[in-house]
Design a binder for this molecule. Sequence first.
Ligand code: SF4
Ligand code: SF4
Length: 189
Amino acid sequence: MQLTNRAKVLEKKPMTLAERAYLPAIFQGLSITMRHFFMKKATVRYPEEVRPFSGFFRGLHVLKRDEQGRERCTACGLCAVACPAEAITMVAGERKKGEEGLYREEKYAISYEINMLRCIFCGLCEEACPKAAIYLQPDKMAPPRYERDEFVYGKDRLVESVSPDERSVKGIQLTSEQADKLRSRIVQA
Ligand code: SF4
Ligand code: SF4
């Protein structure tokens, strides 16, 4: 049964001598290959070469410290709830006496992990955080690794380093926009 009248009847033409020889088609294919061989490469040799980041790039996370070097994160879990990829897990703990210089709030994250293979770098965790504790760096990506486990970032790799010198070496810097946002949140707090 014919449902529509859009069927197109094709005529099977006999192949010409050139088509039967295949050589013109082979040379045509080779000429395309050679043309692309000398063209500017669209790919880069990552990680040795890195493309410039766009102005609104969201990269590797950092858990920020406050002005006194204390961890800002209070393990409230809002970032984990906001995360559409379920990439964040944490264990909350209570700050002990004498640890006031380490953790800003009475509750802090004993462990905090982000699975970078799950993360889609949407920035929702940053938006959700009430303590301005988590930021996505605008100029840093998770470096390539061979093992999946190495993409699960714990506090050892997420928490901002204490020394300002080390901080600048690692490139953990706030953009002016992030700094303004942080300042306004501190004023509101
Ligand atoms: S950037 Fe998005 S996907 Fe990645 S951890 Fe944050 S909320 Fe989850
Ligand atoms: S990073 Fe922010 S939102 Fe996430 S647990 Fe810590 S304080 Fe809460």
